[in-house]
Write a protein that binds this ligand. Structure first.
Ligand code: MN
Length: 301
């Protein structure tokens, strides 16, 4: 059987220790080959950011290794759309992040974002993090990858779902086990800090203390706190399917009330169509409004 081709990426950058650990850990698994396409620089907390307004530079950084001067999402887009277009990967693996990706932090995480991009494009994917704010011992996470990744690849999640994995800091023998978990919930406090620049002018700096964790049964946080590896299936579909039913009554009678916008003074219509929406001449009022045209949403697939 042909080797499984795994695309490796991260958000800590091509030179990060965690990425090198992941490359070495996977090099010890038979039946697997890897290509690394990672950001050229530190991109933590860039979330699902994508670079649309400037070009990106792609550099060879060794055998089957590339850096891209963009975000984690950019790297996966460039890998799938250019570098590996004739040799598409069977799996996208993002990490090993230097720090946890638990609870709501998954929304801000560049590590999760790179895996999510693979997932959105229909390729099974996982993000993996060393769940310690002061990461030092990557042995447990390296061992986890070598022992568990073949099983994860052999049994893919449904399309649109990816694994978010957090492994405690420490040695291989320190792992108590593996738990399938749900996303937990945390709260940071004192997030916006006031300070002064050297000229005495006020600044703010976003740097939360904490976090404090909610007690959520079976959460990602609880598993890691108790010394277990946490594996959380995350979905690209953010819909709350319970809320669809619960909110049905809001729309039962359509838009409530009588018309409220007057034709003469309250038509909020852009006077110029611009595909990127970067120029804005202000709303055109009343009779100067352009005639209605196609939806502008493009083709229906
Ligand atoms: Mn990071």
């Amino acid at each position: 059987m042909a080797d499984k081709h795994i695309l490796l990426s991260n958000d800590d950058g091509i030179d990060a220790f965690g990425l090198q650990v992941m490359e070495e850990a996977l090099a010890g698994i038979p039946g697997i080959r890897t290509t690394t396409v990672a950001p050229a620089s530190q991109q933590s907390a860039t979330s699902r950011c994508m670079t649309l307004h400037e070009p990106l530079r792609v550099k060879s950084r060794g055998d089957h290794r590339w850096s891209v001067s963009g975000t984690p999402t950019d790297t996966v887009l460039v890998a799938l759309g250019k570098i590996l277009v004739d040799d598409l990967p069977d799996f996208v693996l993002s990490g090993i992040n230097h720090g946890p990706n638990l609870g709501e932090d998954v929304h801000y995480s560049g590590t999760v974002a790179a895996a999510m991009e693979g997932c959105i494009q229909g390729i099974p994917a996982a993000s993996i993090s060393l769940a310690d704010w002061c990461p030092s011992d990557f042995s447990a996470v390296a061992a986890f990858l070598r022992r568990m990744l073949p099983a994860i690849i052999a049994e893919p999640l449904p399309r649109g779902t990816m694994w978010n994995i957090n492994v405690p800091n420490g040695s291989e023998s320190s792992i108590k086990g593996v738990k399938i978990t749900r996303q937990g919930s945390r709260h940071y406090y004192d997030v916006v800090n006031e300070l002064e620049d050297p000229r005495g002018r006020p600044l703010v700096w976003i740097a939360g203390k904490g976090p404090k964790w909610a007690e959520v049964e079976g959460s990602d946080y609880a598993a890691v706190r108790d010394g277990y590896v946490s594996m959380t299936p995350l979905m690209t579909d953010l819909t709350d399917h319970r809320a669809i039913t619960a909110a049905m009554h809001l729309t039962a009678d359509g838009l409530p009330g009588d018309p409220v916008l007057s034709d003469d003074h309250e038509q909020f219509v852009l006077s110029k169509r611009d595909p990127m929406g970067l120029t804005f001449d202000g709303p055109t009022r009343g009779e100067n409004a352009p005639p209605p045209s196609d939806s502008g949403l493009g083709e229906t697939r």
